[in-house]
Write a protein that binds this ligand. Structure first.
Ligand SMILES: Cc1cc2nc3c(=O)[nH]c(=O)nc-3n(C[C@H](O)[C@H](O)[C@H](O)COP(=O)(O)O)c2cc1C
Length: 188
């Protein structure tokens, strides 16, 4: 690491912080379009927020410019290069919302091929509280690998919100995603 990068990293780790820092991990599910509601709710509860999105989620699943304006920080999606400073301070808690079938299964299997997954695998081992709001269609949620993934992650202490299928009700309406559930799962 260069001297300058070391200085930045030192500054990022020691920057005076008034609020606890929340990582919001966003996956490529249709409901991701509403993630600004979660950021607003978190900020109202005194969290400072940094967003980590999967590469697929960055491909039009939410308004990245609006999220960057809202958090005041760039969205992280790709790995930093070895000489680059860590752009976010270490997390006090992590929310994964929405969590996809793909990311839940890969996380449980210990796969770390996106920054989002690498971060999730690591923070679970650090004992940081993690709350997950899956958005997974019932047909996919019936897959035995998904059920095993939930059991495995729960066994690691990960907290899950109620299942949400992201599908229309029989009457054509769409059930609300209720983003605040993630913050409730983290506790006071
Ligand atoms: C419009 C659209 C909506 C999607 N919604 C969901 C969803 O609600 N849940 C899910 O698990 N996958 C959904 N997918 C599929 C995921 O985007 C796909 O599995 C992707 O590989 C997930 O990548 P990620 O887990 O790295 O974000 C959707 C795909 C598209 C194109």
């Amino acid at each position: 690491m260069t001297q300058q990068a070391e200085k930045h990293e030192h500054a990022a780790r020691h920057e005076p912080r008034r609020s606890p820092f929340l990582y919001v991990v966003v996956c490529a599910a249709g409901v991701a379009t509403g993630v600004s509601k979660l950021i607003t709710a978190a900020q109202e509860r005194n969290w400072e927020v940094g967003v980590i999105a999967t590469p697929v989620a960055m491909n039009g699943f939410f308004d990245s410019a609006a999220v960057e304006a809202q958090t005041g920080r760039p969205i992280r999606s790709a790995w930093r290069t070895p000489g680059e400073p860590r752009p976010f301070p270490p997390p006090d808690a992590v929310v994964v919302a929405p969590a996809t079938f793909n990311t839940v299964n890969k996380w449980a299997a210990g796969i770390a091929d996106t920054l989002a997954l690498g971060t999730l695998c690591e923070v679970a081992g650090l004992g940081v509280p993690i709350a997950v709001l899956p958005c997974v269609a019932d047909a996919l949620a019936a897959h035995p690998a998904y059920r095993d993934s939930l059991t495995r992650l729960r066994g690691m202490g990960v907290r899950f919100g109620d299942p949400h299928a992201g599908e229309p009700d029989p009457d054509g309406g769409r059930p609300e995603f209720r983003w605040e559930r993630a913050l409730d799962l983290l506790g006071p």
